[in-house]
Design a binder for this molecule. Sequence first.
Ligand SMILES: Cc1cc2nc3c(=O)[nH]c(=O)nc-3n(C[C@H](O)[C@H](O)[C@H](O)COP(=O)(O)OP(=O)(O)OC[C@H]3O[C@@H](n4cnc5c(N)ncnc54)[C@H](O)[C@@H]3O)c2cc1C
Length: 311
Amino acid sequence: MDLIKHEIAHLEAFRDLLGEEGIADEVCFRLGETFDAAMSDEAWERLKGAYEAMKKDHGEGHEVVRACRLIENLSDAEEFTQMKGCLGAVVHPTGQVWPYKFVHALLRTVLKAGNLNLQAHTPAETVSERDESGWITVKTARGDVRTKAVMHATNRWASHLLPEFSNLIFGSRSTLASIKAREGFIKHTGAQHWDSMVNNYHLQLPPPYNSIIIGGARSLLVHSPQDCYRNDEEDKQFDGVPEFFQSWPKSDITEWPGSHPAELARNVDDGGCWSGIESMSIDAFPFVGDIPDRDGHFVAAGFSGHGTCFL
Ligand SMILES: Cc1cc2nc3c(=O)[nH]c(=O)nc-3n(C[C@H](O)[C@H](O)[C@H](O)COP(=O)(O)OP(=O)(O)OC[C@H]3O[C@@H](n4cnc5c(N)ncnc54)[C@H](O)[C@@H]3O)c2cc1C
């Protein structure tokens, strides 16, 4: 419950920050409701079971329990989720944001304030231990930086500079696509679940973009786990995934009005369908804090993310 509340607190925090900075529209920020749709009896048992257990543990009056609800009737579930064959759904509050635009909008603000020296495309090649005069040296092709503290915010790649993380943080290749759709076609962001592994998740960007961003394709990828787990080949497409995503709107969304197969918003290798490396940590939690036996080194890495929305 602490974790759920922590996540929910992001909705207000994002609303306040983006409002204060005046960048809510620029970063395509939206608040709303999302759903986890059960596409099989097994998924329904698990989703409904989790909701019922939360209600039992915390009581119907609990603020988080009140913010969530079940849709049990098949036609209501299909109408809300727009997912063909959805057996039922758990609905809960959510938000969406365009992360790249969000990070760049914040960088713009911080750079304007003049306190940041940003060196993009500049890998840190080595990071020293603290020397006798108290300095840590970070070596890059553009020169060295001397500092009293280093934050390793390198996520899956943390072990390049910190070999002790080699067996703690791993790569897992996954994939997304961007599909052309008419404005406002998708009513709610959401996810489809067949079991605890096989899923898809999606959202629609607001105008002028309007693309549906869909990730998952796990029903295809479970057949070749070696292409995903402990795999860092983010410069390669998965075989068959662009075609899977292009066939998804017609096969999975009720009353899809678009073409079949659906049109990708851009070329396959130009952002229309892409693969990337999610990080996985040994215990599914990120590593955040000071690094044992490395004075002045801090880490925030091993984040695996959480569906195409905050929640
Ligand atoms: C296909 C895909 C879909 C995803 N979908 C979602 C989603 O829907 N929702 C969600 O919440 N999350 C999602 N994620 C996960 C999300 O992208 C990550 O959790 C998030 O980006 C982690 O942020 P970060 O800043 O910790 O790490 P990153 O964004 O990975 O940033 C680490 C940075 O460190 C840099 N770096 C590494 N080594 C060095 C070095 N030696 N020197 C200098 N720089 C270095 C890298 O270039 C990179 O820019 C998804 C990830 C993938 C791959």
